[in-house]
Design a protein around this ligand. Structure first.
Ligand SMILES: [Zn+2]
Length: 424
């Protein structure tokens, strides 16, 4: 079982299943609006990989956090940030729930983890890896000789984060932020009223739920710096190993650009699922290797929809045994850095129903193997059309065919019978 790792810049080997539980922590969204489709990628990559490891005999614990206190939420809902965060958390859970994967064991929220976060900060202060100034607490980057190891920056050339004249060093970053008048949510601490910084929450929640050392930390490539660099520095400052393997997925691009709300390309997970259906969305994400960028467009989605139909079509034709060793090849493609495009290419070659159903289930796509039944009114239209055909009333039979198609179904004539299949 091999996986590309950002920290070592190489492909590393996972321990065998007998070595114990695999802890996985995948950074989740900041909840202030309906999540955009780019947010689905780390969720899916983490869920699929956890599912594959479980199928391969591993015991896995997958944690996916929810950032429910943040500047973006204060800005989005002044005076009602808690309410907005709760609502947007429910939206996110509904949206990702529609993928039907259900592999995440815990979705911790920052606001429910304030105590462990404060304890973490207190320990960093005690070890002089942090300092308090004017109600804020900052991490002292100069105390971390390794700083920059994950993102590949030289410690003396790290770019400035969160400019603020109170900091000892422009590279330092906030662990705790003093409450501002326009912010409606804060917690008491030894350093005054305030709230945690973004980076400390993930170090604290990952360690609380997975322990001081765990196997895999994931998230989008865009958060390697500063977010993950800072998480690593905080946990190492405590003397903990923290994550061993760093699994960063490539970004979702929209017309060639990184997709984010700031450039105005808003396509939410909900809208994309409503428009294309879960199977096409899952297949779309499987077409790219998790490390590579993936381009989102109507053309790419239409081609994913055609793939779904092609796979469904395989089950309407007689099963034919796949060549010897087919499953082994499929397994090898996923064991080796989780290459879903390779696995998918194999699946498109197979005509063996049992094998194909087993492979589809790995990605939550077993529904493609199920014959869909037409609603009663469509069945009725098809029956009347068949009568018209037998009576050689082709005008009526064409009219009924059009009506059936308008309802989203297609009639396929076969000898003396017909079959209804959902329209692609
Ligand atoms: Zn995080």
């Amino acid at each position: 079982m091999r996986l590309s790792d950002t920290l070592t810049g190489s492909v590393v080997e996972l321990p065998p299943p007998s070595a114990g539980e695999i802890g996985m922590y995948f950074c989740g969204p900041t909840v202030y609006a309906r999540a955009h489709i780019g947010n689905a990628r780390p969720y899916l990559v983490g869920s699929w990989y956890a599912r594959w490891l479980r199928l391969r005999g591993y015991s896995v614990k997958l944690v996916h956090n929810i950032t429910d206190v943040d500047d973006k939420i204060f800005v989005a809902a002044p005076g009602r940030s808690g309410e907005r965060a709760d609502r947007a958390t429910a939206w996110y859970l509904d949206d990702v729930g529609r993928f039907g994967l259900d592999e995440v064991d815990e979705f911790p929220r920052v606001t429910a983890m304030i105590e462990p976060i404060k304890d973490f900060i207190a320990e960093l202060l005690e070890r002089e890896f942090a300092y308090a100034v004017g109600g804020d607490v900052y991490f002292r980057v100069s105390r971390s000789p390794e700083y920059g190891v994950l993102s590949g920056q030289r410690p003396e050339q790290v770019e400035e984060q969160e400019p603020n004249p109170r900091k000892e060093d422009p590279r330092d970053f906030a662990l705790w932020k003093a409450s501002k008048p326009e912010e409606d949510r804060s917690w008491d601490s030894l350093w005054g009223k305030g709230r945690p910084g973004w980076h400390i929450e993930c170090s604290a929640m990952a360690e609380k739920l997975l322990g001081p050392a765990f196997e895999i930390h994931g998230g989008g490539r865009d958060i390697v710096f500063p977010h993950h660099e800072n998480e690593l520095a905080q946990s190492r400052a405590r003397g903990h190993d923290f994550a061993r393997i760093w699994m960063h997925n490539g970004m979702l691009r929209f017309t060639g650009e990184k997709m984010s709300k700031s450039v105005g390309n808003v396509e939410t997970i909900m809208d994309v699922l409503d428009e294309w259906g879960r199977e096409a969305v899952l297949l779309f994400f499987l077409t790219a290797h998790w490390r590579s960028p993936i381009d989102f467009s109507a053309e790419r989605m239409a081609s994913a929809l055609a793939r779904a139909d092609g796979l469904r079509e395989s089950f309407r034709n007689p099963s034919q045994p796949a060549p010897e060793g087919s499953w082994e090849r499929f397994k090898e493609s996923l064991d080796d850095d989780f290459s879903t495009p390779e696995a998918l290419a194999l699946m498109h070659e197979w005509r063996d129903h049992e094998l194909l159903r087993r492979a589809l289930d790995v990605f939550g796509l077993a529904s493609l193997a199920e014959e869909q039944e037409a609603p009663a009114e469509v069945e009725e239209l098809a029956r009347r059309r068949q009568e018209a055909r037998v009576a050689r009333d082709f005008v009526e039979s064409d009219r009924l065919r059009a009506e059936i198609e308008a309802a989203g179904w297609e009639v396929r004539d076969e000898a003396d019978a017909y079959r209804l299949v959902p329209k692609a």
